[in-house]
Design a protein around this ligand. Structure first.
Ligand code: ATP
Ligand code: MG
Length: 201
C-alpha cells in the first residue's frame, strides 16, 4: 500500500512502528568516540559538507583545524572565515599540480604540510580535524596512504576526522566509520556557468 492511500489509522500504526524501531536503534548506540568521516566522489559538496560540520562543532564551543592539500590561486572564503573564527588552517604551499608541473616541488609541499598536520592528530585539544582534498596526494603518490591511515587510527579517542577528495581510496574506505559518496547529477560549470565567489571558493 502506498503512503498516499493509507487511512489515518494505518498511517498512525506505521509511524508508531517506525518510532519504536528508531528508539530501539538509539538505545543500542552507546559508544562515545570520535569518528572518521570520508566524503568522496565527483559531485559538488564534499568540502562544503566538511566545513558545515566544522561550523556545527564550533557552535558547540569545540576546537577545530583544517588542512588543505590542493588549492588554486583563488583567495577562498573559508580561509578568511577560519581566521576570524580561530580555526587552525594549514594549506599546502603550491597550487594545482597541473599549474606547478613540478613533481618534486609538489611532493616537498605535501610532506611539509603533512608534517605540520600530524601533531594535530596527537593533540586531544582538537575535537575535529579536516584533511581536505587529501585523496589527490595518494592518487599522485605524493603521500603514503598507509602512513596517513596509521596517524588517523592513532588519534585521540574522542577526536573526529573528516577526509575529503574525489577519489575512492580503498584504505580509507576500510578505516572510515562514516562514508558518503557525493555523486554528480549535474553541475552548472558544464552549462558554462563561471565559478562564483562564495559558492565554489
Ligand atoms: P565544494 O567545495 O563546493 O563542496 P567539493 O569539495 O565537493 O566542492 P572539489 O572536487 O573539491 O568538490 O571541487 C572544488 C571546486 O570544484 C568547487 O568549487 C566545486 O564547485 C567545483 N566542482 C565540484 N564538482 C564539480 C563538477 N562535477 N564539475 C565542475 N566543478 C565541480
Ligand atoms: Mg573539495
Amino acid at each position: 500500500m502506498s503512503e498516499k492511500t493509507m487511512s489515518v489509522e494505518e498511517h498512525k500504526q506505521k509511524m508508531q512502528e517506525q518510532q519504536r524501531q528508531v528508539r530501539a536503534k538509539i538505545a543500542d548506540a552507546k559508544t562515545r568516540r570520535g569518528v572518521i568521516i570520508y566524503l568522496y566522489g565527483n559531485g559538488k559538496g564534499k568540502s562544503s559538507s566538511a566545513f558545515g560540520t566544522l561550523a556545527r562543532s564550533l557552535g558547540h564551543g569545540k576546537k577545530g583545524a583544517v588542512v588543505q592539500f590542493i588549492k588554486g590561486k583563488w583567495k577562498t572564503g573559508e580561509q578568511a572565515i577560519f581566521r576570524q573564527l580561530g580555526v587552525k588552517h594549514l594549506v599546502m604551499g603550491t597550487g594545482f599540480t597541473w599549474d606547478t608541473q613540478d613533481r618534486e616541488k609538489d611532493i616537498a609541499a605535501a610532506e611539509a604540510v603533512w608534517s605540520k598536520a600530524v601533531p594535530l592528530f596527537r593533540d586531544p585539544a582538537y575535537d575535529i580535524v579536516i584533511l581536505d582534498e587529501i585523496t589527490y596526494m595518494f592518487k599522485y603518490g605524493y603521500l603514503s596512504v598507509a602512513d596517513v591511515c596509521e596517524v588517523l587510527l592513532a588519534r585521540p579517542e574522542q577526536q573526529n576526522a573528516i577526509v575529503t577528495g574525489r577519489d575512492a581510496i580503498p584504505e580509507l574506505l576500510e578505516i572510515a566509520d562514516t562514508i558518503s559518496e557525493v555523486r554528480e547529477v549535474r553541475h552548472a560549470f558544464n552549462q558554462g556557468v563561471k565559478a562564483q565567489k562564495g559558492i565554489e571558493f
